[in-house]
Design a protein. Structure first.
Length: 297
């Protein structure tokens, strides 16, 4: 067995051990606003509930190891003392992951990730309408655990109102763990689905996805593609150029005939299959090729 002195290894290496071992961890999907009203949405897995009376939840936006900078969520709660903690179900995990992209200050991750803002009753930050449970919170305190990169900041949030979807309740009015279908974080790209086990979602740390709002309306408003599908498509860094799409159409008789003969819904189902296989680029190219083919009829 390895015996390690935390002071003798790098912070990223220590971070990997901590997150790989302390798992699975619930996810705090925090929506906040700054003093100018700009909305921010970001997930955190240093999170749990710590008290029922008063109802207290604590999450920790850590200082970035690279550059030792702070996150917008931390800056916002220090300014406004309010946060909404949204619970993440499996049906929204890809969009949630997309929202963790390091977008510039002032960019609304609700829009980028394709989530719906819902007005809160007591606090200013909006709720995520797609979340099965939403906790409106006042921030009682923020405790900085250090000043170097990787140091946590404990946000002590008191629940002042909670909203629970009736769809996740059992016959006794309690939250059904199968119906709520929560996900949790492990180390690296790994997640756990409470009812089914492990799966992997690539974190958008080194990419700047175009966001769901960057997709053409024909794709974004699809009746076939799910929120998870749109989350994966929104993680591409740029849409394929027209020349690339035309080359794609002409490169295979199979695709050319498929695009002409099949309906939009059929093509969207084919793209969905490609996404399930992890081929986002081919999926987005196929979807846009269908638009070009139909427009040229």
């Amino acid at each position: 067995m390895l015996s390690i002195d935390p002071k003798e290894i790098s912070t990223p290496q220590l971070h990997g051990y901590l997150l790989g071992a302390v798992a699975p961890r619930p996810i705090c999907f925090a929506s906040t606003v700054d003093s100018n009203g700009n909305v921010n949405l970001s997930p955190y897995s240093f999170f749990n509930v710590f008290s029922a009376n008063p109802p207290i939840m604590i999450f920790s936006p850590a200082r970035r190891v690279r550059g030792n900078t702070t996150k917008h969520t931390l800056e916002n709660v220090l300014e406004t003392k309010e946060v909404v903690i949204n619970i993440v179900s499996h049906s929204m995990v890809q969009q949630m992951s997309l929202s963790s992209t390091e977008y510039a200050q002032g960019v609304n991750e609700f829009v980028k990730a394709g989530f719906t803002e819902m007005k809160s009753d007591i606090v200013t930050p909006p709720r995520v309408a797609e979340a099965p449970v939403q906790f409106e919170c006042k921030v009682n305190d923020v405790i900085a655990l250090g000043t170097e990169g990787g140091a946590g900041n404990l946000v002590i949030a008191e629940v002042v109102k909670l909203h629970v979807s009736e769809d996740i309740l059992d016959a006794e009015g309690k939250i059904d763990p199968v119906k709520i279908d929560t996900v949790s974080r492990l180390g690296g790209n790994w997640y756990s689905r409470a009812r089914d086990g492990l799966f992997e979602v690539e974190k958008p740390l080194r990419t700047l996805g175009i966001g769901v709002d960057g997709l053409p309306d024909s794709i974004r408003l699809s009746t076939i593609l799910t929120g998870n599908d749109l989350g994966m498509l929104g993680n591409v860094e740029q849409l394929p150029a027209t020349e690339e799409i035309l080359a794609f159409i002409n490169s295979s008789e199979k695709y050319e005939s498929l695009l002409k003969a099949f309906s939009v819904q059929d093509i969207h189902r084919k793209a969905q299959s490609l996404l399930n296989e992890g081929n986002s680029h081919e999926a987005i190219t196929l979807l846009m090729a269908k638009d070009i083919t139909d427009n040229n009829k």
